[in-house]
Design a protein around this ligand. Structure first.
Ligand SMILES: NC(=O)C1=CN([C@@H]2O[C@H](COP(=O)(O)OP(=O)(O)OC[C@H]3O[C@@H](n4cnc5c(N)ncnc54)[C@H](OP(=O)(O)O)[C@@H]3O)[C@@H](O)[C@H]2O)C=CC1
Ligand SMILES: Nc1nc(=O)c2c([nH]1)NC[C@@H]1CN(c3ccc(C(=O)N[C@@H](CCC(=O)O)C(=O)O)cc3)C=[N+]21
Length: 296
């Protein structure tokens, strides 16, 4: 049996198209486009690539993109002052501070300085709390994108056993909260979990957000499970001299057992970016009392 491959790229493209249509309506009503400010400190090559693709997606959706590229030695005070200016800028609906930040900057302090109602990354503790208690806020883009893929694949998720591997604040924890809100029975696994393969074997849904290349093997899976691979791991050059990107799931063995599986690349990554522009539109709409389709 071969798993269905969950096409995140196509799902993301369809979502971005719907967003672009709503952006046209928003502009007609309010005379301006929603705006996203992205702040990059330093010149980490992976971060530079991500920031570029976020800017491109923003413009393609008909939104305004404000990129702030700061040198690696930017002081914390200077960055906090920029956040304050963006918080006060009426053209800015969403603020994203690209992570990781250089070590001399306290990331928690900076993220907590963002106006929670412009926090389209959903990283502010107030938005984490809103998610935990079921209030409207912003949900982190990667777990939100994973949920959209799961809903498209499985429909109603209630009663399903879900195992989330990883407990970070930006992926694992919010993913578990979202699945709980869908009435899944949720297990959160992490580096101290005993017998991880046995835990995973009980899962109808597996979300792997670990950062370990191809760790989850096919023989860990329950037949027909739906597998969402969040991992983005760059593997060093092989004999052809080119590096390649792999997930946290061993695609070759997993795709023989799973019912459906998201690939890397082309799975969760494109959904993350689509959800970022979705959250930016939602932010603009909330600020202006503009109504959007429920299921966007
Ligand atoms: N596609 C996308 O849009 C995005 C992809 N990513 C990718 O997702 C992955 C996870 O990211 P992130 O959550 O930020 O990573 P973190 O490093 O913050 O968290 C990793 C989690 O995995 C757990 N873990 C580590 N080793 C094991 C193990 N051997 N067995 C079980 N659990 C383990 C850790 O456990 P413990 O807490 O005990 O240390 C931790 O909770 C990375 O590959 C990252 O690149 C991240 C963000 C967006
Ligand atoms: N404040 C903040 N918010 C983030 O959301 C955030 C961040 N910082 N720091 C880094 C991680 C990582 N991340 C990705 C986004 C898109 C792809 C993506 O589009 N990946 C493509 C492949 C891209 C490639 O080839 O490198 C894919 O999976 O198909 C991957 C990873 C967002 N992150």
């Amino acid at each position: 049996m071969t798993a269905r491959v969950i096409d995140g790229k196509a799902t993301a493209a369809a979502l971005r198209e719907r967003i672009a249509g709503e952006v046209v309506r928003f502009r007609d009503a309010h005379g301006r486009a929603p705006g996203l400010a992205v702040v990059l400190v330093g010149d980490d090559p992976a971060s530079t690539v991500y920031v570029r693709s976020k800017g491109k997606a923003t413009l393609e959706a008909g939104m305004e993109s404000f990129e702030h590229k700061l040198p690696a030695d930017t002081g914390e005070k200077e960055l906090l002052e920029l956040v304050d200016r963006l918080n006060d800028d009426p053209a800015v609906d969403g603020i994203l501070i690209q992570l990781p930040l250089p070590r001399h900057i306290d990331a928690d302090k900076v993220l907590t300085r963002i106006d929670p109602d412009k926090d389209v990354d959903g990283f502010h503790p107030l938005n984490a709390g809103r998610l935990a208690v079921g209030l409207d806020g912003f949900v982190a883009c990667t777990p939100l994108g994973c949920l959209k893929l799961l809903r498209a694949e499985r429909g109603d998720l209630s009663g399903l056993n879900a195992v989330v591997i990883g407990r970070s604040n930006i992926v694992g924890k919010p993913m578990a909260q979202l699945l709980l809100a869908e009435s899944c029975t949720v297990t959160i696994a992490h580096s101290r979990t005993h017998d991880l393969p046995a835990v995973v074997r009980g899962a109808d849904i597996v979300v792997a957000a670990v950062g370990r290349p191809e760790m989850v093997k096919g023989d860990w899976l329950k037949p027909d499970a739906t597998v969402i691979d969040v991992g983005i791991n760059r593997i060093e050059a092989e004999e052809d001299g080119k590096g390649r990107l792999v997930g946290d799931v061993d695609f070759a063995s997993a795709s023989v057992v799973a019912g459906a599986i998201s690939p890397v690349p082309g799975g969760v990554g494109p959904m993350t970016i689509a959800c970022l522009i979705r959250n930016t539109l939602v932010s603009a709409a909330r600020r202006h009392g503009f109504s959007l389709p429920e299921d966007l």
